[in-house]
Design a protein around this ligand. Structure first.
Ligand code: FRU
Length: 497
């Protein structure tokens, strides 16, 4: 890596030379994971929105391909999804060679016939997702709205039949709109959802999927996710979710709150995909093997996205996560873990295992734990300390603190001293999430990469994802305690090469 490129992630996807934002068109097809994304093919700031493209066999290593769907003089290609049209309902393929169909938002430009409108359009691929042709009768769904975008299409089969369902947003109405289609070309309104829960920013990039609760195939729940910007629990962009039911027409949720709208004090009561500042536009893959629900997000925040100090590229994606529903305090809630298997990249020379470490008051560098690309797994028993945790990517004056304050029931990431931070006034921050424990123990799995930390706490019940820009030489890992002692158990550091 060149000096300018010290932040290029090892385990995360970033485009070679260009800008990216939202993941789009996620699908597993013919044995390959396809990741399309909002891309500026000409620069490393937002603009010229087109769909970039990368593929992976394993959700860890990605190969960049030529731009899949390009903007033109009439339209920018905003976010959307891809379905495998197995039965060739669209007629874009043949019965023996069914097509992939992309459903994207046309953001019409000045001078085009639909200027000022965002509407949904189609493109199809007959070669497994590598080349795309825009449908000649676009857009296929136009409400005359300036803020109607981000269609996610799924195949629904239930009592009401089998058909395509689209969730999209009326962004400034804080509303998810649901449509139905037989052929992906003509769409009929089913229902709307929202405003509800967090509405401090526009609603974007929704998703809708079915998951078993605690792995029980007899107990299935629908999950509706919707990203919003700003208005997240720690400022700026974030994603919230609702667990409930979808009857083929309407989504309903017991966690829907409509009387707290715009009240920042209520944000902590809502369900969040991630509590960190840099996990946005999260959506899931279609057709993932073994019914896994795999999600990826843009690892950035619109507050400072165009200013982060990386080049020639700008913005990484998060790691891909497998999400599941698990019962927490009697309620089904999402839990997350990293989906890809990193075993093959583990560097035995950068691996450390310690059964028990007493953390006395102070900050203690761990011998043999240094690294800039690593996974740290540990269980910390709370003891007498008021605060305890780890510092990663540490150096003489740098470090990113991942701490727990048990009396407050909070876990936080403090990146005020994490490295470069002056590129935007709101970047340096302490961002926290509620954390619960039944027995005073806190289990953490932390993924560190060249410009990020992703914290999975208590079996992935709480996650915090944050960008950091440390010096390449800041590689120390420390344990610390304040106001007393704590104990680290089963500490494992795995470095990746
Ligand atoms: C979310 C978003 C989407 C839109 C895309 C444009 O980050 O604003 O709503 O489709 O980015 O790049």
């Amino acid at each position: 890596a060149t000096t300018a490129d010290t932040f290029r992630p090892a385990l995360h996807y970033a485009a070679r030379n260009t800008w990216l934002n939202d993941p789009n068109g996620l699908i597993f097809h013919d044995g390959v994971y396809h990741l399309y994304y909002q891309n500026n093919p000409l620069d490393n700031v937002w603009g010229n929105m087109s769909w970039g493209h990368a593929t992976s066999p394993d959700l860890i290593t990605w190969t960049e391909h030529p731009v899949a769907i390009s903007c033109d003089e009439d339209e920018d290609i905003f976010s959307g999804s891809i379905v495998f049209d197995r039965d060739n309902t669209s007629g874009f393929g043949t019965d023996s060679a069914p097509p992939l169909v992309a459903v994207y938002t046309s953001a019409f430009k000045p001078g085009s016939a639909h200027h000022g409108v965002q509407a949904q359009s189609l493109a199809y691929s007959r070669d497994g997702g590598y080349t795309w042709t825009k449908h000649s009768a676009n857009p296929v769904l136009n409400r005359g709205s300036a803020e109607f975008r981000d269609p996610k299409v799924i195949r629904y089969t239930g009592n009401t039949g089998s058909y395509w369902v689209m969730v999209a947003v009326e962004a400034t109405d804080f509303q998810v709109v649901l449509y139905k289609s037989e052929d992906l070309k003509s769409w009929e309104l089913l229902s709307t959802f929202g405003p509800a829960n967090a509405t401090g920013g526009v609603w974007e990039c929704p998703d809708l999927f079915l998951l078993p609760v605690d792995g029980d195939p007899e107990n299935l729940k629908w999950v509706l996710t919707v990203n919003l910007n700003p208005g997240g629990p720690n400022n700026g962009s974030a994603g919230q979710y609702f667990v409930g039911d979808f009857d083929g027409t309407t989504f309903t949720s017991a966690t829907t709150v409509t009387d707290g709208l715009q009240d920042p004090a209520r944000l902590g009561e809502y369900q969040w995909l991630d509590w960190g500042r840099d996990y946005y536009a999260a959506v899931s893959f279609s057709d993932a093997p073994s019914n896994r629900r795999l999600m990826i997000a843009w690892m950035n925040n619109w507050e400072y996205a165009n200013q982060i100090p990386t080049s020639p590229w700008r913005s990484p994606m998060s790691l891909v996560r497998e999400i599941s529903l698990t019962t927490i305090e009697g309620e089904p809630r999402l839990a997350q873990q990293v989906a890809g298997d990193l075993t093959a990249w583990a560097d035995p020379a950068a691996t450390l295992r310690l059964e028990t470490v007493d953390i006395v008051e102070g900050q203690h560098v761990l011998d043999g734990a240094a690294g800039s690309v690593q996974r740290i797994q540990v269980t910390i028993l709370q003891g007498t300390a008021d605060e305890f945790g780890l510092v990663v990517r540490g150096g003489e004056t740098q470090g990113t603190r991942i701490g727990i304050r048990p009396a407050e029931g909070r876990i936080f990431v403090d990146r005020r001293h994490s490295g470069q931070r002056d590129f935007h006034e709101s970047f340096a921050s302490i961002d926290s999430a509620p954390i619960r424990t039944l027995d005073g123990s806190y289990q953490l799995t932390i993924y560190v990469d060249r410009c990020s930390v992703e914290v999975f706490a208590q079996g992935g019940q709480v996650t915090l994802t944050e960008l950091i820009f440390p010096s390449a030489t800041s590689t120390d890992v420390s344990l610390y305690a304040i106001g007393g002692a704590a104990t680290a158990k089963d500490l494992r550091v795995t470095g990746y090469a």
